[in-house]
Design a protein around this ligand. Sequence first.
Ligand code: 5GP
Ligand code: ZN
Length: 113
Amino acid sequence: MNCLFCKIIDHEIPGDIVFEDDEVLAFNDINPQAPTHILIVPKKHIATLNDIEEGDLPLVGRLQNTAARLAAERGFAEEGYRVVMNCNEAGGQTVYHIHMHLMGGRRFTWPAG
Ligand code: 5GP
Ligand code: ZN
């Protein structure tokens, strides 16, 4: 399978990894949109949010929990941060392996552009 994030998970191509366990990998985004911009991915290949199955729900919770822990470790959990998951083309998804963007260290506005 020609999936960029599976290649980072398999250490076929380098990623700037900040956290890893048996089910989740987190690494710095190559094109950061904030002082901290981490991508949190399941090691299981799931192409889009639409492809999440019932059995994957604990895994999706682990993505969120990883984001909250990384935010706490970096000291911006209380001040606040943003998590984003893009789905398909109109949602701005460019890599078809689900990932949570964790962005922190600056102020965000809403609605987003
Ligand atoms: P999406 O647009 O699919 O929500 O997010 C994909 C993200 O992957 C983008 O923020 C982009 O900067 C990041 N990205 C693309 N290629 C690479 C890469 O080779 N390494 C890393 N670390 N991030 C990448
Ligand atoms: Zn993949």
